[in-house]
Design a protein around this ligand. Structure first.
Ligand code: PGA
Length: 249
C-alpha cells in the first residue's frame, strides 16, 4: 500500500519565533493519524524546526536545494547541508521555482538526480497553467514535465519519490481543482508512470494534490482513490487549519 502524506509548504513565511510557535501549537493539535505529516519551513529555520519537533512524529523537509555538491553557488544550499542537519526529504520543482527562478525541466532533472544520489527523498512538483487547461493541453504538459525530469531515472529510484500535482491556477488563488479533476489527473499520472516504467511502480508512488486545499475541501479531494494526500500552502500556516486537513486524511 502506498503511504498517505500531508505536507505543509511554508514558502517564504514565518520568522524564527513564529516557526517555533506554530510548530508547538501544531504538535499540540496534531490529530491521530497513520499519514506522514511534514512541514517545510524556510532554510534559516530548519534547524530550529528540527529542534522544536524532536519528540514529534512531524518530519521537517526542505523547500528546495541545489544540484551541485558544493562550491561557488552564492545563496544556494546543497544536499549534504540538508542531510547534515537531519533533513532528508526535499521539495523539487515547485511551480514558484519554475516561474520565478527559471527552473527548467533540465535543471529539475539534475536536482532530482543529485538528491537521489545522496539517498534523499524527493517530493517532485509539477502542474499545468490556466492557459494549458483552457486549451485542453493540460495532460500533455503534465506528461512532459514528468517525462523530462523523471524518465531517465532507474526504476529503483521510485521508492524515493513522491509526486505532487499542483495545477498552477489553483495555487494560492482560493480556486481548487474539483475532486473529479484531481482524480482524473492523478489517474493519468499513474498511467504515465505505468507506461514509462511499470504498474507496480505506478501503484506504489504516492501522488499528492496541491492547490488551495483547505479544511472545507480536503475530505472530498482526499476521498479520491488516486489522491494520496496533499501539499498545503496557505492553510499550513494556521495550526487549526493544517490539523483539520490532517484529520481529513
Ligand atoms: P496553496 O499552495 O495551498 O496556498 O494553494 C500550495 C502549494 O503551493 O504547494
Amino acid at each position: 500500500m502506498r503511504g498517505k502524506i500531508v505536507a505543509g509548504n511554508w514558502k517564504m513565511n514565518k520568522n524564527l519565533a513564529e516557526t517555533e510557535a506554530l510548530l508547538t501549537e501544531l504538535s499540540a493539535k496534531l490529530p491521530d493519524t497513520t499519514a506522514e505529516v511534514m512541514v517545510a519551513p524556510t532554510f534559516v529555520n530548519l534547524v530550529a524546526a528540527k529542534h522544536s519537533l524532536e519528540s514529534s512524529t512531524i518530519e521537517v523537509i526542505a523547500q528546495n536545494m541545489h544540484f551541485a555538491e558544493s562550491g561557488a553557488y552564492t545563496g544556494e544550499i546543497s544536499a549534504d547541508m540538508l542531510l547534515n542537519i537531519g533533513v532528508d526529504t526535499v521539495i523539487i520543482g515547485h511551480s514558484e521555482r519554475r516561474a520565478y527562478f527559471g527552473e527548467t525541466d533540465e535543471i529539475l532533472e539534475k536536482k532530482v538526480k543529485a538528491a537521489l544520489a545522496k539517498n534523499m527523498r524527493v517530493m517532485f512538483c509539477f502542474g499545468e497553467e490556466l492557459a494549458d487547461r483552457k486549451s485542453e493541453n493540460h495532460f500533455n504538459v503534465v506528461e512532459s514535465q514528468i517525462k523530462n525530469a523523471l524518465f531517465s531515472l532507474d526504476a529503483s529510484a521510485w521508492s524515493k519519490i513522491v509526486l505532487a500535482y499542483e495545477p498552477v491556477w489553483a495555487i494560492g488563488t482560493g480556486e481548487t481543482a474539483s475532486a473529479e479533476q484531481a482524480q482524473e489527473m492523478h489517474a493519468f499520472i499513474r498511467k504515465t508512470i505505468t507506461d514509462g516504467f511499470d504498474a507496480a511502480i505506478a501503484n506504489k508512488v504516492s501522488i499528492l494534490y496541491g492547490g488551495s486545499v483547505k479544511p472545507g475541501n480536503a475530505s472530498e479531494i482526499f476521498s479520491k482513490p488516486d489522491v494520496d494526500g496533499g501539499l498545503i500552502g496557505g492553510a499550513a500556516l494556521v495550526a487549526d487549519d493544517f490539523a483539520a486537513i490532517i484529520k481529513a486524511i
